[in-house]
Design a protein around this ligand. Structure first.
Ligand SMILES: *Cc1c(COP(=O)(O)O)cnc(C)c1O
Length: 397
């Protein structure tokens, strides 16, 4: 289906960009596991290279299985087209290579995914790229950092682990007024709950590893620019940087995305109930979930998102030790990083992912000693609640 504009997201995830296999009529797009494509004759080869025939040449440039996945997600985000990448990080490095110039400047959300920040600080800085990472949930902080050479505003909302929300529409206006390109990492919300391009962003990207694929069996990324001009610029960067998605990976991602709307709905319904249950628990001191009225940007989340998602963070009165005990005591959520999979995952950053970061630095980033992050999957609410109940029971307070 080429144009799914007026269809519901539940229909779109299944049909957008999909067509039966032209050879045998298979309902699923096959895995075109070929690195290269044979031309009928010299004239056809010449026409393809000249861009007069849009057939396939070589998989790093374009592949039919990958294209079916790209067309699908591009329609979910209402963008010009999709560019699938080997990982989420590959999506960001491809984007920044395409859009930053030597000595240009980027402003980003301070709580972005850690490696996204490191990519700029460790590598793009080598080309003189300047950066400021600030709390973008207050638009004034962005204004204060604007420089004549600022080119990109890069936001992640909701951000990790504070679940702080940045106003996409306000950022889009600011970007227009100042000639910036607004890039949104939409991984946490997925295209089901938030469509940044509709709110004025220029480019959205996802770690496909998370909600879009949803089965914790591949890594992947996808970039969706709003305009043809941006698409062509980023496409060139992808072809030359070489971080293309593999056909088999694309096929798995395409299979995963078809249940995206169902998974997101189910898991967020459970997350909403769990957030209330956890908030009321005597061993818990605080809960960060955009769907609770106590969240500082509950109103904004309600305005720009279609739902509040399935990630939540909470603090235990017993601090570090209680956090460690809790993650060792749960039976259903797996003790692992990543998020957005069909199975629930739990982690305690202070004793795991961020154990090597000095406590003062962790605190400054909102990663306190007591913080536990839960990515709610598609298991039954009652089972998860009872499991947490027994695990809370084992922690000291
Ligand atoms: C995981 C993640 C990434 C990076 O994606 P990979 O597929 O691991 O490379 C980027 N942004 C966010 C918000 C993520 O959660």
């Amino acid at each position: 289906m080429k144009d799914s504009k007026n269809l519901d997201i539940h229909t779109k995830v299944i049909h957008a960009g999909q067509h039966p296999d032209p050879t045998y009529g298979g309902i699923c797009v096959p895995i075109y596991q070929s690195s290269t494509f044979v031309f009928k004759d010299a004239a056809q080869g010449a026409a393809r290279f000249a861009g007069k025939d849009d057939g396939y040449i070589y998989t790093r440039i374009k592949n039919p299985t990958t294209k079916a996945f790209e067309d699908n997600v591009a329609q979910l985000e209402n963008g010009y087209g999709g560019l699938a990448t080997s990982t989420g990080m590959s999506a960001l490095s491809t984007l920044l290579m395409a859009l930053l110039d030597q000595d240009s400047h980027l402003i980003g959300t301070d709580a972005v995914y850690g490696p996204s920040r490191m990519l700029v600080e460790m590598f793009f800085s080598k080309f003189g790229v300047g950066y400021d990472y600030v709390d973008t949930s207050d638009i004034q902080n962005i204004k204060n950092c604007l420089r004549p050479n600022t080119k990109i505003l890069f936001i992640e909302t909701p951000a990790n682990p504070t679940m702080a929300i940045t106003d996409i529409q306000a950022c889009a206006e600011l970007s227009r007024e100042n000639g910036l390109i607004l890039i949104v990492d939409n991984t946490f919300a997925s295209p089901v709950l938030q469509n940044p391009l509709d709110l004025g962003a220029d480019i959205v990207y996802h770690s496909v590893t998370k909600f879009i694929n949803g089965h914790s069996d591949i890594c992947g990324g996808i970039i969706i620019p709003k305009t043809k001009e941006l698409y062509e610029k980023v496409f060139k960067s992808l072809v030359y940087m070489g971080g293309t998605m593999d056909p088999h990976q694309s096929w798995l991602a395409l299979r995963g995305v078809k249940s995206l709307a169902l998974r997101v709905e189910k898991s967020q319904e459970t997350a909403q109930k769990l957030a209330r249950y956890i908030q009321g628990h005597p061993k818990v001191s605080w809960v960060n979930y955009p769907g609770l009225e106590s969240h500082p940007q509950y109103g904004l989340a309600k305005k720009q998102m279609k739902g509040f998602g399935s990630l939540l963070c909470f603090g235990l009165k017993g601090g570090f030790k209680a956090g460690e005990k809790l993650i060792n005591s749960v039976q259903i959520p797996a003790l692992a990083v990543s998020l957005g999979g069909i199975e629930s995952l739990i982690q305690h950053p202070a004793s795991m992912t961020h154990a090597g970061v000095p406590p003062e630095k962790r605190d400054a980033a909102g990663i306190t000693e007591d913080l536990v992050r839960l990515s709610v999957g598609c298991e039954a609410y009652e089972d998860l609640k009872q499991d947490l109940e027994q695990a809370f029971g084992q922690t000291i307070s």
